[in-house]
Design a protein around this ligand. Sequence first.
Ligand code: GDP
Ligand code: IMO
Ligand code: MG
Length: 425
Amino acid sequence: MKRVVIVGTQWGDEGKGKITDYLSRYADVVVRYQGGNNAGHTVVIDGERRALHLLPSGVFNPAIENVMANGMVIDPIALGQELDRKMVNLHISDRAHVVLPFHREEDTRSESDKGTHKIGTTKKGIGPAYADKAARIGIRMGTFVDPVRFAKAIRELVRIKNEAIFQDRRKRHDADEIIRAYKPYQELLRPYVKDTSIFLNDRIEAGKNILFEGAQGVLLCLDHGTYPYVTSSSPTAASVPLSTGIAPWLIDGALGVTKAYTTRVGEGPMPSEMDREQAHVIRERGHEYGTTTGRKRRIGWLDLVVIRHAKRTSGLSALAITLLDVLSGLSVIKVVVSYRLQGKAIDFIPEHADDLSQVEPVYIELKGWDEDLSKIRTFEELPDAAKTYLDTISQVVGLPIHIFSVGPERHQTIEILKTFEGRKP
Ligand code: GDP
Ligand code: IMO
Ligand code: MG
């Protein structure tokens, strides 16, 4: 494969950043295709831990050209904080939408209005920014970096927002204040903004290898996730053509990044969630606290109904299994293979969140292992029980495993099968 999508197959935080960084050694271009700074992608290189929220995870590889595509929503202040000025290999789509201060406020207000029905968003303004895009009142990066156009667009948008807020008797926004505050970010970002669809199609024509890095995971997809407990974009591989401006048939395949167990941040159903004590053990061992919000991640057993759902909706070609090392020391490891809903066996994700919260997971139990896996460098070195665990996942899901990982470092990522052809590391 030459053009590969990195898809999170669960509820996010599967290790997409780490796998993208690892595979970028075979690539020429890395493209973040959706989401905004709700994402938190951790890359650890030689003991140094770095969290990315907006920048593609190819940025630590100097040979890579990095693209932030039109499907993203970009908070210019957050990007300004993340951007290393030395990094000239960045291309930002002029069609990506801008996250503005009122989007963050609307996100917070909508969560508190929902009360017990809240989604548990990251409060970064992601939903409101995508809502303005769909309502055709959003501001895009091309406009943002043009002072004359931005001043006109923000005055109009602030007028619309203030009318809506005024009925609410809440604080009004001031367009001039926003124009002043964002001026340095306009100047900082202007050199990077362009038509990235043209850029990408040129690279494809030149035969370059491209990685498309998703944020979040398939179960957080606006269409195929556990609606309404989802994000406001689509992390599936199907989102890539629309979100980047390339033809669907130019994508060769997708690698589904899958945590060896399940985590979820925020509200919504999660059938394989563990009891508190068991979850605590895994959470501490896997450092399962959100990269973006620091919230405790909820923990569950690996759910293969979820992974098959991701396989179907993203057309996955293979899996990368991460955080296998975290499961060491358990005598028994449980895996969900199907559900029962109102007494009936089902092997799919029901449409309604209430039904998913009521399913009874059907588990198989596999033998655990005690050995520390962090120094393992080949599949053959794994304890038999860990080999059986990986083989079972591969068989039940019906996909080959290309990669497994036993720690956060690059060298703790083990490639069993090549994802990119014809390129030596
Ligand atoms: P992403 O959002 O999918 O990029 O994932 P995050 O970076 O939010 O969360 C994954 C976490 O697991 C990060 O802290 C990584 O450093 C860490 N990690 C990734 N792979 C492994 C692994 O194989 N073992 C362990 N112990 N940690 C890992
Ligand atoms: P990465 O890319 C885990 C979750 C939030 C909330 C829901 C909606 O690091 O895997 P939003 O702020 O997007 O409107 O929140 O989605 N969420 C994530 N959970 N990892 C992420 O990104 C997430 N991005 C959003 O917790 O439940
Ligand atoms: Mg994350």
